[in-house]
Ligand binder design. Structure first.
Ligand code: PLP
Length: 410
């Protein structure tokens, strides 16, 4: 008998990206190694001033502020003012240890406040942690479907689900699809149904169609914007983000999180502030992603994959074709088209990409390509694919000649 009682309790599901391990092994076996386009982890350098701040904060000895130091909070406020033209007070903003812990923990904390509700609404094709947060809190995770253009069909949420909802997550620009959503409509939905709208905006500065948007432009009442320096400043390793919006909700979360000991380390708070005080490095990062998105679209085009440019973010979200012009070493396999495309890209190009199913069942049939590798690694993928296409053409040419040679004489 287990002394921990673990035998019939919750068993964490396989971590989504661990499912890619067999493909990673294939891709790594190619000369030149793996080109990892799966996880959205930045590869480019953080601003040197941010790294320097880590060593000069003098903040190692004492406990840091759980809510965020005045400098970090003011840096976040200044950034929102510059980027979106939105003014906030210090009481409207608080720090988090990167945004993933906030996303994962939110349903649990909201349920403590509203035990009469048990449902988390989230985009059907999305960052997996929205649904996982619901699971970890013992809540219902109810996906909100997408319209044909990929935007959130929030008006399709059933009244019964809205009445039970602790929160609704929106994410614009969206991971993985790159879609841009109507944040005003999301705010209206939340207010009409008394459901907090949690707007994950960590890709806001990589908006390609139009200017960056925040839900806070439509008022703070009943909404939270969630931001991170992980993507904008290439600082995913530091673990710092913030949430801002409805002062009553911010105050509840700030107090609860203090009790739970959720604090951004002091040196990281200073580094986060330095990152948010500067926009110039983000401009350079935008150029890098724009260039890579364009090149990756061309490369995938060589395989006959149709690519729509994203409205924002640094991912390409593409439909996997039923057949590819490459030799298939496992023909007839009953894997979905997205796993087949991912397998062939790993095998022939050494590129690891994410099958869309990792972002919910509605993502099946699509693949996400994260442009988090430098251009020279993308060129390696391109070269390998050209070679694979050449040899597939040579094989099919010789098969055609052979079958013509075997054709019965008329
Ligand atoms: C949509 C979205 N939200 C939140 C996160 C978490 O970012 P972090 O915890 O680094 O702030 C990610 C990371 O990939 C993401 O894609």
């Amino acid at each position: 008998m287990s002394t921990t009682g673990a035998s019939d309790g919750f068993v964490p599901p396989t971590y989504p990206y661990d499912r890619l391990e067999p493909l990673e092994v294939r891709a790594s076996a190619l000369p030149g190694g793996l080109v990892d386009l799966s996880v959205g982890t930045p590869c480019d350098p953080p601003p040197p001033a941010v790294v320097a701040a880590l060593g000069s904060s003098g903040a190692e000895r004492g406990y840091p502020s759980g809510a965020g130091s005045p400098r970090l909070i003011d840096a976040a406020r200044g950034w929102m003012e510059r980027r979106f033209g939105v003014g906030t007070s210090r009481a409207d903003v608080a720090a988090c240890v990167g945004t993933k812990e906030l996303v994962a923990g939110m349903p649990h904390w909201l349920r403590l406040r509203r035990p009469d509700r048990d449902t988390v609404l989230y985009p059907a094709v999305s960052y997996p942690t929205y649904a996982m947060g619901a699971v970890l809190a013992g809540c219902r995770a109810v996906p909100v479907p997408a319209r044909p253009d990929g935007t959130l069909a929030i008006e399709d949420v059933a009244q019964a689900d809205a009445e039970r909802a602790l929160c609704v997550w929106v994410n614009s620009p969206a991971n993985p699809t790159g879609r841009l959503d109507d944040l005003a409509a999301a705010a209206r939905f939340g207010r009409a149904h008394d459901v907090p709208v949690l707007s994950d905006e960590c890709y806001a500065e990589f908006t390609w169609h139009g200017t960056p948007k925040t839900i806070l432009e439509h008022g703070l009442d009943g909404v939270l914007a969630v931001h991170s320096i992980s993507k904008r400043s290439n600082c995913a390793g530091l673990r710092v983000g913030f949430y801002a919006g409805d002062p009553e909700l911010v105050s509840y979360l700030r107090e609860l999180r203090r009790h739970a000991g959720l604090m951004v380390p002091g040196p990281v708070q200073l580094a986060g502030a330095v990152a948010l005080e500067d926009d110039e490095h983000v401009e350079r990062q935008r150029e890098r992603y724009a260039e890579r998105l364009e090149r990756a679209a061309q490369i995938l085009g060589r395989l006959g994959v149709a690519v729509d440019r994203p409205g924002g973010g640094f991912y390409l979200w593409v439909r996997a074709p039923d057949a590819l012009p490459l030799a298939d070493e496992e023909p007839g396999s009953d894997e979905g088209a997205e796993w087949r495309l991912a397998r062939q890209l790993a095998t022939h190009a050494g590129a690891l990409v994410s099958p869309g199913e990792l972002y919910g069942p509605a993502g099946a049939g699509c693949v996400r390509v994260a442009l988090v590798q430098p251009m020279e690694r993308l060129e390696l993928v391109a070269d390998r694919l050209e070679r694979a296409l050449d040899s597939a053409r040579a094989v099919s040419g010789s098969e055609r000649r052979e079958s013509a040679g075997n054709a019965p004489a008329r």
